[in-house]
Design a protein around this ligand. Structure first.
Ligand SMILES: Nc1ncnc2c1ncn2[C@@H]1O[C@H](COP(=O)(O)OP(=O)(O)OP(=O)(O)O)[C@@H](O)[C@H]1O
Ligand SMILES: O=C(O)[C@@H](O)C(=O)CO
Length: 415
């Protein structure tokens, strides 16, 4: 069994989908459950944390807790899922968590790559590209919590981890798994982290074959799917119980992501004349007050299409809020407000939640007390519906994922 520790909930569902597509039986848990709460017979157990931007020490403690539980239920390999755009601060948390996992597993070389070609993430000479731009020149340079201003994976990693890192060039990767394994063995005692270049699914498959017996690997959905394929798991039956059609309950969309793609998707909602309410921290910085305003607005809506409640702003307006209120404080205000709103909407009969943004989704999942779920139909690449253990359907969308009409389409048909 492969045990996945994901540093946010949208990343967890992205990775779970990548494994499930290859036919692996995959369960998703939000927060670390007791070992007895994990279904037996799964090929992959994904534990979703919300540890990407919390203090490094807490991220390490939570990740070690998840790792111990996964090992207790039989994980032979741990996969640390971080963002395909390496979202992290200068202090972590990718490096500190991996350092701690290396020590826990007493391993000495970790092969890792964020490359996920289906999401437009590729690496060359150790530099990370988002579509045709370097990471540091992409919209990720303006991320509200983890602005990415460098594209060199080894520089990013060295700044937040111990043990050093090296790049395994594309010339080696394209020679296949044996060559990659040779590079891993040659570096085992000199550098802890290896970033093999990957521009295609074929590159990822070679990397996956090279690491099948390693106790610890790390990366994004690209490597997860490749490992699934390398296990030849397409031959096993998909897990029963995943819903095969999109859910249809009463819907609401909550967007706290300020990513470029989410802003486009919100624009589509507005142009489709969906009822929309923006949370404004300048009007009130009290999350409960903001939430009550949104719920009063919701209560006054005539029945009709699913509404959108959002805090998302484009970069310049976002900076104004952050300069006035503080980066962490403003994030806390909105995440707390979305938590109250999610609970309020649930109480009013909403059963289908579409959430945009990893932190925002994490807040919603915690507020609704969702502990786990089954991966259902794929609404967009990397974005599956999750049928939760509490009879809700949630679509947890990474900020930059999905076609521009995703929010409209996923919340269609509500009354
Ligand atoms: N108007 C705003 N002003 C300041 N901060 C905001 C505002 N709106 C949202 N935020 C904060 O910005 C952060 C957005 O992060 P989130 O993870 O939800 O989206 P994302 O980074 O686009 O998604 P992902 O991590 O999946 O790529 C949240 O902490 C949110 O509370
Ligand atoms: O890897 C990605 O880009 C996503 O799964 C994610 O982690 C965004 O939060």
């Amino acid at each position: 069994m492969i045990g996945v520790i994901a540093d946010d909930v949208t990343g967890a569902t992205d990775a779970a989908l990548a494994f499930r597509r290859t036919g692996m039986r995959c369960g998703v848990y939000f927060g670390t459950p007791p070992a007895s709460g994990i279904e037996s017979g799964l090929d992959v157990v994904v534990i979703a944390l919300k540890s990407r931007t919390i203090p490094a020490r807490e991220a390490v403690a939570q990740s070690l807790g998840a790792a111990r539980t996964l090992r207790a239920v039989g994980a032979r390999q741990l996969f640390f899922k971080y963002c395909s755009t390496f979202d992290s601060t200068a202090d972590g948390n990718i490096g500190p968590v991996l350092d701690a996992l290396v020590e826990l597993l007493r391993t000495d070389a970790v092969v890792t790559t964020p490359a996920t070609p289906e999401h437009g993430r590729t690496t060359f000479n150790g530099y990370l590209f988002v579509d045709d731009e370097l990471l540091s020149e992409s919209s990720l340079r303006n991320h509200p919590l983890t602005p990415m201003r460098d594209s060199s994976l080894s520089r990013l990693m060295n700044a937040q981890s111990k043990g050093g890192s090296v790049v395994v060039g594309h010339d080696v990767v394209r020679r296949g798994a044996e060559a990659i394994r040779g590079a891993v063995d040659a570096t085992r005692h000199t550098a802890r982290y290896l970033f093999p270049d990957a521009a295609t699914e074929e590159d990822l498959l070679s990397i996956a074959h090279a690491v099948l017996d390693e106790p610890l690997v790390a990366g994004a959905a690209g490597l997860a799917g490749a490992i699934g394929r390398a296990h030849g798991s397409r031959r096993t039956a998909p897990r029963a119980g995943g819903s095969e059609s999109a859910p249809t309950g009463r819907a609401a969309v909550l967007a706290g992501s300020c990513s470029r793609r989410t802003l486009e998707q919100i624009d589509r909602m507005l142009r489709a004349q969906r009822p929309a309410h923006r949370l404004d921290a300048f009007a009130s910085d009290d999350p409960e007050h903001l939430a009550q305003g949104a719920l009063d607005w919701y209560d006054a809506l005539p029945s009709g299409p699913a509404p959108l409640i959002y805090s998302s702003l484009p970069p310049a307006a976002l900076r104004e809020v952050q300069d006035a209120i503080g980066v962490e404080r403003s994030a806390e205000i909105f995440e707390a407000a979305f938590a109250h709103i999610a609970r309020g909407l649930r109480a009013r009969g909403v059963t289908r939640f579409v959430a945009a943004g990893g932190e925002t989704s994490g807040s919603l999942v915690a507020a609704l007390g969702i502990r786990g779920g089954v991966v259902g139909v794929e609404a967009a690449r990397g974005v599956p519906w999750i049928r939760t253990d509490g009879d809700l359907d949630v679509l947890l969308k990474s900020g930059n994922f999905g076609e521009p009409d995703l929010l409209v389409a996923a919340s269609d048909g509500s009354s």
